[in-house]
Design a protein around this ligand. Structure first.
Ligand code: MLT
Ligand code: MN
Ligand code: ZN
Length: 307
């Protein structure tokens, strides 16, 4: 059986964000909106070996509230066999630092993302002798293996999606801030026992014809739900960037995800990586009603999907 647990449904900063007093964050602090930790899923097909899809800064807390991820046997043990990264954003890699302590696990990422990690000596706390780093080649489905080569029953395909290099790696002088196709990938995940498949695309700047073809009749898609409106951070006085500038498509608008998925036949559509500024986070909002009317769900921390 394929099982997917949403460890964190929020975008970078989480909900509420530590330094944000926007009306959404205020509602969350007052218990009138549900808080979200930062962006990560966990997946298994054998209930013994779990892979994290991204490792968020909130990983320690996410493991603490997820019994499936607690040590199961021996004095030192973890069911986390590995981590798969979709980019090098802080909200997706900072949790790697919480996985030190001499535990063996695999890290899968594109060569570009591995390069960024290798260039940053702090990630050396994950001793390469214990934590093999394996390359995800684009459009090349491969089996996920634990650190000792154990087959975990999952197959994954990374494919490039329109996006942007991580904020901390942007080159202001370069075209597209120096972004390359390997900087942002989506993942197609398949249980090799035939029990299920899903897509995980927490960051995506545009629905291309290729991507629409790939997703066309998917059973389950977890998709970039960062903002509702492209200019939402600017309109709320929270920032100066559009969603597009940050490498994200908005939910609403002519080029938004609601419109882009309207012509597809995806059975279950779930927004993840939801930023604290997004009005759809508030139950009863017009934006929440709009996404629900379009057949979307908003992920919550701890949600589980089984197939
Ligand atoms: C993003 O999703 O755009 C990034 O996580 C932004 C950031 O690094 O704060
Ligand atoms: Mn992010
Ligand atoms: Zn806020």
């Amino acid at each position: 059986m394929l099982r997917v647990i949403v460890l964190g449904a929020g975008a970078g900063g989480g909900f509420p964000q530590w330094n944000c007093n926007c009306c959404n964050c205020d509602l969350a602090r007052r218990g009138r909106a549900t808080p979200l930790t930062q962006s990560s899923l966990a997946v298994t097909t054998d209930d013994r070996n779990w892979f994290l899809l991204n490792a968020s800064p909130d990983l320690r807390q996410q493991i603490a509230v997820t019994p499936d991820l607690h040590p199961g046997g021996g004095l030192r043990h973890s069911p986390i066999a590995g981590v798969v990264l979709t980019n090098a954003d802080v909200d997706h890699v900072a949790g790697l630092l919480s996985l030190r302590e001499g535990q063996r696990l695999s890290i899968y990422a594109t060569a570009r993302v591995h390069l960024a990690l290798r260039a940053n000596p702090i990630f050396g706390v994950l001793d390469p002798a214990l934590v093999p780093r394996r390359d995800l080649r684009l459009k090349a489905p491969e089996r996920l293996h634990g650190p000792d080569g154990e087959d975990c029953g999952l197959e994954i395909e990374a494919f490039p999606v329109p996006g942007k290099v991580a904020l901390w790696l942007e080159d202001p002088a370069a075209k597209g801030f120096g972004s390359e196709p390997e900087d942002t990938v989506g993942l197609a995940v398949r249980a090799r026992d035939g029990s299920g498949t899903f897509f995980y695309i927490p960051g995506c700047a545009e629905m291309t014809p290729d991507l629409a073809d790939r997703l066309y009749d998917a059973d389950l898609v977890f998709f970039d739900g960062t903002t509702f409106a492209d200019d939402e951070l600017i309109a709320a006085g929270l920032g100066t960037k559009t969603a597009a500038r940050m490498g994200h498509m908005s939910m609403g608008g002519a080029y938004g995800s609601l419109a882009a998925f309207a012509g597809l036949a995806v059975a279950r559509k779930v927004f993840v990586h939801v930023n604290n500024s997004n009005p759809a986070l508030v139950a009863g909002s017009r934006e929440r009603a709009t996404i629900e009317a379009a057949g979307w769900e908003l992920a919550q921390d701890g949600m589980e999907f089984r197939s």
